[in-house]
Design a protein around this ligand. Sequence first.
Ligand code: R5P
Length: 236
Amino acid sequence: MTVTADPVTLMKQEVGKAAAALVKSGSIVGLGTGSTTAYTIQYLGDRLKSGELTDIVGIPTSFQSEVLAKQYGVPLTTLDAVDHIDIAIDGADEVDPHKNLIKGGGAAHTREKVVDYLATQFIVVVDSGKLVDRLGSVFAVPVEVIPMAITPVTNAIKQLGGKPELRMGVKKAGPVITDQGNFVLDVRFDSIDDPVNLEKILNNIPGVLENGIFVNCADVVLVGEVKEGQPLVRRL
Ligand SMILES: O=C[C@H](O)[C@H](O)[C@H](O)COP(=O)(O)O
């Protein structure tokens, strides 16, 4: 892979690789979605090719991670074929000091939540720009909604004080469609004081499939940084 001088890319590469280095032979691995875990999947493929790592299988969290795993030679399986996941590695859009997360910038949070919560060890990989004091400071909360319920769910979220916006496609007319065939509302809140409760409240609205607040699930957060031009990785 070409190493670029762009600091954010450098951080993503370094932290993505650092997480892949933690995977042991024989593991069942949850493969996260996004630009950071793309480096993890690529490095897992490199380790398999070199023979340093053997006998792993991946569970993809999206069509994107499935395609990348195939491209880099990481064997895949499904949740029907395994009874546990040893380790999941996934990115995030925001991380607070309690290791709570907002995910779903790529609209993959529903499958990610299934896989990440099942894993014995869940490792989050982010660049330092993702760290916030309070969830919702920068990023809106993605909420996956079945299409026929988009109007009542939008209204219910407004009643809660949220400002929902239907996520629109890029180079595609109309809304983003998730891997499950649903819509995504990006919801801004003035302040998220209690993410544990908000996660439950949003998921209780009929028509909501899943939201992007992940609480009490990350075991380790690896943070990529660049200091004096050099990329490095630290644990939160
Ligand atoms: O739906 C996408 C996921 O939750 C990603 O893991 C998250 O958006 C972070 O992606 P990236 O590593 O590209 O910033």
